[in-house]
Design a binder for this molecule. Structure first.
Ligand code: PMT
Length: 413
């Protein structure tokens, strides 16, 4: 596999074929490539940055003038990082901009700022592909040694038949792999220095989602956790260079490709999986899961029949995973969450001290627009000495903010 350890910067522009981009990322990483994704301004109407972040394990870059992204890996660094730039799908508009040297967004700027070889996989309506302007632009790109994969012919999203469909993702990935084998001048291994990332080399264990406590073979006790907050932490921790073990209760989310996913059902399963994962040189433990506090004492072997008006189910307390990890002799840096409906600071500080944690993120779950099963969240983070207020924002951005604080505190630990 020629793509092994090659840095591929995947540019995705705004055409219907952009929905295939997550699959293309999987194919490229499957061939061993390191993939970072840049979205053109219109591409995120067709594909979400979160799904591309999940499959690539890296932050998705979108804006040229983004102070936060520039503080991480800036656009010139990104252009230098790339061994190859692949634009798929490349729209007619994108081809025109490349042919004429426009640099009015992040992707086109990177193309001008890089010495990496450029590959494009065009995708457009057959009449647009045949248009003289597109064909003239294609000739210019060919003359500049930009490699063009496809397009294929067949039925198009608009109902037309003809040339203009993007090649299948496995064809694009294989052609890129082959191009690198065939052209010795192209990189066969990463040759650029790697940026030191804040969590580089750290093993982070994250619990996420709800647990389910069985009542009988068809019923269980659970809660409204969607796993979004914990999965966002996993995505951002990977992007910051960590090795991530994600211990997840049942959720409906794709796990980031590069993390080690441990799916569990009950609190007891999560307890066993957490202690096992922490024993494997864990540096940081983040308990984001909404663990059921109690489980059913006698789980019925058969489905309980509704032949009484009242039913009593006896519960017993589950072990506290977070407290047990914090109590280990060589415990990792331990971060808890506190989901509270009132007296947020009081209860969060109580949990910080009682469970002997290094940090706690207090989550006001009385507000219906944040917390459980919401896109956004807001946190107040406490350590024994200080506090940080992270205002309402989407969970992915919030996860990055929280991990920056964790990285900072771990460096003092
Ligand atoms: O999943 P989402 O829909 O994105 O929602 C995110 C969230 C609201 C679930 C998350 O932000 C959050 O607040 N998680 C903690 C929920 C919770 O159970 O809080 P708690 O205050 O009951 O528990 C305190 C801490 O102890 C938590 O870190 C919890 O993971 C941990 N715990 C609790 C009980 C137990 N038996 N074992 C534990 O480890």
């Amino acid at each position: 596999m020629a793509l092994h350890n090659v840095n591929v910067l995947l540019g995705v522009t705004g055409g219907i074929a952009a929905y295939k981009a997550p699959d293309l990322v999987r194919k490229l990483t499957g061939l061993g490539a390191n993939v970072r994704v840049v979205l053109s301004p219109s591409a995120n109407s067709f594909v979400t940055p979160l799904s591309l972040q999940a499959v690539s394990g890296n932050i998705v870059h979108q804006h040229l003038l983004d102070p936060e992204a520039e503080a991480g890996m800036g656009h010139i660094e990104l252009a230098r990082w790339a061994d190859a730039i692949l634009i798929a799908p490349a729209t007619a508009h994108c081809m025109a901009k490349l042919a004429h040297g426009f640099a009015d967004d992040l992707l086109t700027t990177l193309v001008l700022a890089t010495t990496a070889h450029i590959f494009i996989a065009p995708a457009m309506n057959q009449q647009m592909w045949a248009a003289q302007a597109t064909q003239d632009n294609l000739n210019i790109l060919n003359e500049r040694d930009i490699t063009v994969f496809g397009p294929a012919s067949g039925e198009q999203a608009c109902g037309d038949m003809g040339v203009g469909r993007m090649l299948e993702t496995h064809e694009i990935a294989d052609m890129l792999d082959q191009a690198i084998i065939n052209q010795p001048s192209l990189p066969s291994s990463k040759s650029h220095p790697i940026t030191v990332q804040p969590l580089s080399g750290k093993h982070i264990v994250i619990t996420a989602g709800p647990t389910r406590e069985a009542i009988d073979p068809v019923r269980y006790i659970s809660n409204h956790s969607s796993g979004k907050m914990g999965y966002s932490l996993a995505v951002q921790a990977l992007a910051m260079g960590a090795n991530v073990t994600l211990i997840s209760g049942p959720v409906d989310l794709p796990a980031p490709l590069e993390c080690h996913l441990v799916p569990v059902e009950s609190a007891l399963d999560m307890h066993t999986a957490s202690l096992h994962a922490v024993a494997d040189n864990c540096d940081i433990f983040i308990a984001c899961a909404a663990v059921a506090d109690y489980r059913v004492i006698d789980i019925s072997e058969h489905k309980i029949k509704k032949n009484t008006d009242k039913l009593t189910i006896n519960l017993v307390k589950n072990p506290d995973i977070l407290a047990d990890v914090a109590a280990l002799p060589n415990s990792p840096f331990t971060v808890g969450f506190a989901a509270e409906t009132h007296d947020l600071e009081h209860y969060a500080k109580d949990k910080l001290a009682r469970k002997k944690l290094n940090m706690i993120a207090a989550n006001d779950v009385s507000q219906s627009d944040i917390g459980f099963n919401q896109h956004d969240n807001a946190l107040t983070v406490f350590t024994a000495e200080t506090q940080f207020i992270l205002p309402k924002q989407d969970k992915l951005a919030l996860a990055a903010e929280l991990l920056k604080i964790v990285a900072q505190e771990v460096s003092k630990y």
